[in-house]
Design a protein around this ligand. Structure first.
Ligand SMILES: [Zn+2]
Ligand SMILES: [Zn+2]
Length: 251
């Protein structure tokens, strides 16, 4: 499996390269996009043909994780005759949110084949996606993606989405999996009630679940990456780094 980091930013930032969350996973002819936040569509389209995606999986309904479904909708609707369709695995309310943005019922239903996120496993091409609820906002999910099912013992990638309680991710992680995890509050402490993670919490999760490699993302404005890494390394002795837009990683 190959990971292309399209965007790895938080909800807002003064960093010019802080594109909203979006991660492309590919294996053979299967391609799965995890989230599509602000500014990510153009970068995605520069990398692959978006209408060829096997699916887009949305972790939760905060705009920094789904708002560029709007340009994807326009692209599928207006660049092709007949319009093309892409499968979208997302919290149940997504269709309503998109329709209300545009003020038109059915705005995106013509081009998106919605499938409701739910705890459990589903198949996207030959990628297997296992979703689990995490505490963040309403209906929020972390996901494990692997080639072949969870029981096939191939190494997977676990993506945190946004998450306010590290323990919610633990059931998804098998020893040796790579973990792509939000670290919104840098070296910490996370603000009470913010429902995001900080470095010590992420490091402790990675250590207790025995992850292979730890990839950090979604760092909020004002926090220093080096200080954040130091706070993670105090808990987790394995390989850890931030990911940034343009990074390509073999998993
Ligand atoms: Zn976010
Ligand atoms: Zn969020």
């Amino acid at each position: 499996m190959q990971l292309d980091v399209i965007g790895a930013g938080p909800a807002y930032s003064d960093r010019p390269d802080a594109i909203g969350s979006s991660y492309l996973l590919r294996s053979g002819d299967s391609s799965l996009l995890l989230d599509l936040g602000q500014g990510a569509f153009a970068r995605l389209a520069a990398r692959i043909e978006p209408s060829g995606l096997s699916a887009v999986a949305i972790s939760h309904l905060h705009p920094d994780h789904f708002i560029d479904l709007v340009p994807l909708r326009h692209y599928l609707r207006y660049e092709f005759d007949p319009q093309r369709r892409v499968r979208v695995l997302a919290p149940r309310e997504l269709g309503k949110r998109l329709d209300s943005l545009w003020g038109e019922p059915g705005f995106a239903a013509g081009v998106f084949e919605y499938q409701a996120q739910a705890p459990g496993e589903c198949q996207i091409g030959h990628l297997s996606v296992e979703s689990a609820r995490v505490r963040h906002t309403g209906d929020s999910y972390g996901m494990r993606v692997s080639v072949g099912s969870r029981s096939s013992a191939t190494r997977g990638l676990v993506y945190s989405g946004d998450c306010g309680r590290a323990a919610d991710l633990a059931p998804l992680i098998l020893p040796g999996d790579d973990l792509l995890c939000e670290v919104s509050f840098g070296p910490g402490p996370a603000a009470p009630g913010a429902e995001h993670l900080d470095g010590p919490a992420v490091g402790a999760l990675a250590a207790s679940t025995n992850v292979g490699r730890l990839f950090l993302t979604h760092l909020q404005m004002g926090f220093d990456p080096e200080e954040t890494l130091a706070s993670v390394r105090a808990e987790f002795k394995g390989p850890v780094r931030f990911v940034w837009p343009g990074d390509q990683l073999e998993l």
